[in-house]
Design a protein around this ligand. Structure first.
Ligand code: HPA
Length: 266
């Protein structure tokens, strides 16, 4: 039996067999959403082989339960490429989601904005991405399934439903291109200028490997950034992880409303 099938069995034995309709990955400062779910929490440490997310501001547990009447699987934290240099670390968690019968994945992250009209405290939905880190979670994958088309990686229907949910909540949800930098350093002002020329609207240290893995596995996927700061060199203040954690809850509160509405409309 594959590792993901084994872990899916373990999860079903604790949380029940009903498949989650949607998986949610919570980014920096957004981990508390996992506590809003009425369900069973499984610490990552109970799931052998599960990558441990070691970033402060994350909430390392899988919660399976009901939110706004929809069966959800919430990953309270994700492991980042910069934690150990392996871009495929999220493969097992996403394989488990697929194994559990889940059809869609919603990723969230904290990001820096390159657009003055998308300020800190706001949200941005990804309509495309740039893999500036250059790493790929499918390197070494032997099957021809590795040649994943990413032309429409960010799911049109999920995006349309998220847009309606945001509109109904009166929350701005502009769309834009997310550029993945490896981190853990923040970018230089020159890198931010380069990203702007490339066509990016936001920068961050996650999400792109998970979008690639989700498409590889046949999960529909969409992603929303909580903007915690302007890109390096665009504002007077110094960018820091403390600032990310301090500002994230502002956007997280908006994201929670959009998300709850999205689920109610499911
Ligand atoms: N750059 C990269 N990642 C981030 C940023 C940023 O400016 N803000 C929050 N996560």
């Amino acid at each position: 039996m594959s590792k993901s099938a084994e872990l899916a069995d373990l999860i079903r034995s604790r949380a029940g067999t009903e498949p989650p309709a949607i998986g949610l990955v919570l980014g920096s400062g957004l981990g508390h959403l996992a506590d809003a779910v009425n369900g069973v929490a499984i610490p990552y440490s109970d799931l052998p082989g599960f990558p441990h997310a070691g970033v402060s501001g994350h909430n390392p547990k899988l919660v399976i339960g009901t939110l706004e009447g929809v069966r959800v699987a919430i990953f309270g934290g994700r492991v980042h490429y910069y934690e150990n240099g392996n871009p495929a670390e999220m493969r097992l968690p996403l394989e488990i989601l697929k194994e559990l019968g889940c059809g869609q994945l919603l990723l969230t992250n904290a990001a820096g904005s390159l657009r003055p009209d998308i300020p800190p405290g706001g949200l941005m939905m990804l309509n495309d991405h740039i893999n500036f880190a250059g790493a790929n979670p499918l390197i070494g994958e032997p099957s021809d399934a590795r040649f994943v088309p990413l032309t429409d990686a960010h799911d049109q229907d999920m995006r349309a439903a998220l847009t309606s949910a945001a509109k109904a909540e009166g929350i701005a949800l502009p769309e834009g291109v997310y550029c993945w930098f490896s981190g853990p350093c923040f970018e230089t002002p020159a890198e931010i200028r380069a990203a702007k020329i490339f066509g990016a609207d936001a920068v961050g240290m996650s999400t792109v490997p998970e979008v690639i893995l989700a498409r590889f596995l046949g999960l529909r996927v969409a992603a929303v950034s909580v903007i915690t700061n302007m890109g390096a060199g665009m504002a007077d203040e110094q960018i820091s992880h403390e600032q990310t954690k301090a500002v994230a809850p502002l956007g997280a509160a908006k994201l929670e409303r959009v998300l709850r509405r999205y689920l109610r409309n499911f």
